[in-house]
Design a protein around this ligand. Structure first.
Ligand SMILES: Nc1ncnc2c1ncn2[C@@H]1O[C@H](COP(=O)(O)OP(=O)(O)OP(=O)(O)O)[C@@H](O)[C@H]1O
Length: 913
């Protein structure tokens, strides 16, 4: 038992020893592994420490410390071989970078400012440098450190985002200004535009560039209105995108390459933020703009504007005012920023660029530069297209056609609106022959703005394209109406022709009807708001007609050019959006309000003698600024007019001139001179206010009611109407077939009446000036059926004759007044017509008694109120504001409503009646 037990113990002891041995082995191995891991760690730590500082950059203490490390030799050896290998590869690095920058940042883009600052650039802007220098960076070399230029891509390559560090605003301004000067000095003037916005300030942003702010090269935006800048940029992007798409290109760069032209300037928008995020709406807009910008040649430089852009953007983060890291060079390389260029030199350079730009923009361009080398070569079948001004030396065109059928022009007095119209008319007239273009020109302003286009006393020439010229029509709104009616009629005529030829527009009509005469018609109405000046029939009819013409004129080649001096004119459209909306071509003279869209302020900042031309209904992206040459100085337009007149006057009629300030002269009036004896005589009372030079008159056949009343106390006009009525009738009656019986109880008018009687006699007619009207009236009335010739009773101041007419001799059955009533009623049927002047309507009513108004078939009213006239106009409401030199005329047999006429100017000698 005892030996069994000890045997068992020995086995256990042995087993335990084996276990112990095994454990000892395991523990020993672990300690060794740990030891070598610790050694490895220490080695790596050392390596890291050395790499952080740089092998060549250590202090001696540091080096001594590293050397004490057990792995020092090994680590030094390893790092030395890696470094050796790296520098063997890198040897060519800085040189390659230098070459890269030199090639991609030529001239002002990369060179030191001393080489170029102050010189105006010459790159036409069809291509742009790929890189722009901001500073340099240095890397340690094998033997000596190597420095290379740091440049970044901009313009249509990439945006730039700059993050400042505390107290580095001046340094940031230096970086931005350096870049802008490099860009501005690279391109020829006009090829680049800078937009500046700073959330914190309006005026002191990069002040050294201010000489440029009087040109289009530099625009500043209100700190509170980032949306203005973003809207403007969005507009450019849309427009450029649309142009590109049409030509099958996706970027401005491609369009430039394909066309070999700059097409649009480069744009750089600099936005200074304050590190805070933008309002969500602005941030979204900014993101949208940034996305489309580069393809439209627009580059953003964002300073402290935190935003995530999903497009190409380089970044620059400042460490202090001399150092930054950039996305181009990575986080491990410090960029030594270039010094800001000297302020004085920058100001001078900016001034020079501004001057070069201004010289290019305007100065030398004259009206003659708008004209083509050969006159009248263009066809208006599809559109009218002509330059009206220049922007930075390039012509800016106006197009009137299907897409922009009507034009709205606005500008305060003196802003050059009339001058613009002359430039436009001249440029069109020089390109299109009068067969291609017909002009109807109306000026409601007092003055003679278009009068020179009609033959005058001093200059017999006229503009052959002009069919109608209306001047001084400010009180004759009816003339505007007449023009609109004429255009509406022409519209109908064209629509009918189009229908006949089964076409829908002018271009096709001209193709189908090559023998037809279908010029494009341009009707210019200056100060058109006068058309809407009253709450009356003229306004409502004008509105209807204008809407009709505006809507349908587009396809029939009838175009309106509506100009107005002040906002009132434009406001006349509120409530009449049809006309307003159809005027898709908007022209805003400097300081014009409301011509462009509500948010488009381009006209506010437009310089003198410029116009903002916008073919997109005034939306900002359609703005084109143009300097308009002087077309109104003496002899400028006239020179062109003479050339055109010499060329075309044989084949085209002179325009009709309607001058509201001058009454027509009867003897010079074709409708009077052409009168001949006839069985149907017609008494001319005046000139109608119409597009054609027409007279209005009253037919005096043998029929009831064919008498004429002249109403009101305005003597000169009344005498004139009586005079022209008598003299026109005299021309239509063979000698001996008529007797004129004149009566005039008004002393002051007697000389005029006497002279008329003499004149009638001189023409071979029987004319008696009677003193005793009652007995003459009685005599004629009693012998009505046996009269051997027609009688025309010219009764001046009938109201003054009434007491005498009323008087009855004892036993007399009928008074003179009774017989006058008989004559008014029955006379016309027997060839006895009364043309009478009553100085008041009440007296006319007295004269007529209970007979009613039927016997007065026609009348011309002077200074009487409209409401008094309605019984004589079939009860209708009559609108009439009496005015000198005008009469309201109504003839029951021909008129629906009364019309305004202009009494003739009476011949010399009769004027002072
Ligand atoms: N582009 C220009 N260059 C030089 N002078 C100009 C130009 N435009 C206008 N002018 C001159 O300025 C003056 C006013 O111009 P214009 O008569 O065209 O202005 P407007 O806007 O029509 O004014 P209003 O409505 O009062 O007639 C004229 O003497 C004209 O000669």
């Amino acid at each position: 038992m005892g030996s069994k037990a000890s045997e068992q113990r020995n086995r256990v002891v042995t087993a335990l020893e084996r276990v112990r041995h095994q454990i000892g082995l395991v523990l020993g191995a672990a300690a060794g592994a740990r030891q070598s891991a610790e050694a490895e760690l220490a080695k790596l730590e050392l390596e890291q420490r050395i790499v952080r500082v740089g092998m060549n950059n250590s202090t001696s203490d540091q080096y001594a410390e590293w050397s004490r490390h057990p792995a020092a030799n090994e680590v030094f050896g390893q790092l030395g071989s890696v470094r050796g290998q790296f520098y063997a590869d890198w040897e060519a690095g800085p040189n390659a970078l230098r070459d890269l920058v030199a090639n991609n940042a030529p001239g002002p883009a990369g060179q030191q400012p001393g080489n170029w600052l102050g010189r105006v650039g010459g790159n036409p802007g069809i291509t742009a440098p790929g890189l722009w220098r901001i500073g340099s960076a240095t890397v340690p070399g094998k033997d000596v450190p190597r420095t290379f230029d740091v440049a970044i891509p901009l313009l249509d390559e990439s945006h730039l985002s700059i993050n400042s560090a505390p107290k580095t605003r001046a340094a940031v301004d230096g970086i931005v200004q350096n870049l802008l000067m490099r860009i501005l000095s690279t391109f020829e003037p006009g090829a680049v535009r800078i937009h500046l916005w700073d959330v914190g300030q309006l005026t002191a942003i990069l002040p050294d560039l201010y000489p440029l702010s009087r040109t289009s090269a530099l625009t500043l935006y209100d700190p509170g209105r980032l949306e203005d800048l973003l809207d403007e940029l969005a507009g450019h992007i849309r427009r450029i995108h649309a142009t590109g798409m049409q030509a099958g290109h996706t970027s401005l760069r491609e369009i430039r390459r394909a066309s070999g032209q700059r097409v649009e300037p480069f744009r750089v928008a600099v936005l200074y933020g304050n590190g805070e995020t933008l309002e969500p709406e602005r941030a979204r807009e900014l993101k949208r703009v940034a996305t489309g910008a580069l393809a439209a040649g627009i580059c953003l430089i964002l300073i402290d504007v935190p935003t995530m852009l999903s497009t190409s953007v380089e970044s620059l983060s400042l460490h202090d005012d001399r150092h930054a890291v950039s996305s181009m060079t990575g986080p491990d390389l410090i960029v030594d920023l270039d010094q800001p260029m000297p302020s004085g030199q920058v100001i001078r350079a900016a001034g020079r660029i501004a001057e070069a730009l201004i010289a290019k923009q305007g100065g030398p361009r004259a009206f003659a530069d708008l004209l083509p080398t050969e006159l009248g070569k263009e066809s208006s079948a599809r559109e009218l297209r002509a330059p009206v001004g220049f922007f930075e030396g390039e012509a800016v065109e106006v197009v009137i056609g299907d897409a922009s059928p009507h034009v709205l022009i606005g500008g305060p007095s003196g802003s050059g609106k009339t001058n613009f119209l002359y430039s436009l008319l001249g440029s069109f007239a020089a390109r299109y022959s009068p067969d291609e273009l017909a002009l109807y020109l109306l000026d409601f302003k007092e003055g003679v703005s278009f009068a020179g286009l009609a033959p005058g006393r001093r200059d017999a020439s006229w503009l052959p394209h002009a069919k109608l010229i209306g001047v001084n029509v400010n009180t004759d709104r009816e003339f505007g109406l007449a023009l609109l009616r004429y255009l509406a009629d022409e519209l109908r005529r064209r629509s009918a022709a189009a229908k006949l030829h089964e076409v829908t527009n002018l271009a096709d009509l001209r193709e189908q009807d090559p023998g037809g005469h279908w010029p494009r018609i341009v009707a210019v109405i200056d100060e058109f708001q006068y058309l809407f000046a009253g709450r009356d029939g003229v306004t409502s009819t004008a509105t209807q007609l204008l809407e009709d013409i505006a809507r349908r004129g587009r396809s029939q080649g009838i175009h309106l050019v509506l100009a107005s001096q002040d906002v009132a004119g434009i406001e006349a459209f509120w409530g009449k959006p049809a006309v307003f909306e159809q005027c898709t071509l908007r022209i805003a003279m400097p300081k014009a309000r409301r011509v462009l869209s509500e948010t488009n302020n381009a006209a506010v900042s437009a310089p003198k003698w410029h116009a903002v031309i916008n073919h997109d209904s005034g939306v900002a992206h359609g703005n084109q600024l143009a300097h308009v040459p002087d077309a109104s100085s003496k002899d400028v337009f006239v020179k062109l007019q003479h050339r055109l007149w010499e060329r075309y006057s044989e084949s085209f009629k002179r325009p009709r001139l309607f001058d509201g300030a001058h009454s027509p002269v009867l003897e010079q009036f074709p409708a009077f001179n052409d009168l001949k004896p006839t069985k149907k005589p017609r008494a001319l009372l005046g000139q109608s206010i119409d597009v054609d030079e027409a007279a209005c008159g009253v037919d005096l056949p043998k029929a009831p009611g064919r008498n004429v009343a002249v109403l009101g106390a305005a003597t000169a006009e009344a005498l004139s109407i009586m005079d022209s009525a008598a003299r026109s009738l005299a021309r239509q009656h063979p000698h001996g077939s008529v007797e004129f019986v004149l009566s005039c109880p008004i002393e002051a008018s007697l000389p005029a009446v006497t002279e008329l009687a003499e004149r009638l006699r001189a023409e071979g007619h029987r004319a008696t000036l009677v003193d005793d009207l009652p007995s003459r009236v009685i005599d004629i009335a009693e012998n009505l059926s046996t009269l051997d010739r027609a009688q025309v009773l010219l009764l001046y101041g009938v109201d003054a004759s009434i007491p005498a007419l009323e008087a009855k001799a004892p036993g007399q059955l009928k008074s003179g007044l009774d017989q006058l009533r008989v004559l008014l009623k029955q006379g016309p049927g027997h060839g006895v017509h009364t043309i009478g002047w009553w100085r008041s309507i009440a007296r006319l009513k007295d004269t007529l008694g209970f007979a009613g108004t039927d016997d007065i078939g026609s009348w011309a009213a002077l200074d009487v109120q409209g409401n008094e006239l309605s019984p004589f106009a079939a009860g209708q409401v009559v609108h009439w504001s009496p005015r000198p030199g005008r009469a309201l005329f109504f003839d029951r047999t021909t008129h629906g409503a009364p019309e305004v006429i202009i009494p003739f100017q009476r011949p010399e000698g009769l004027l002072d009646g």
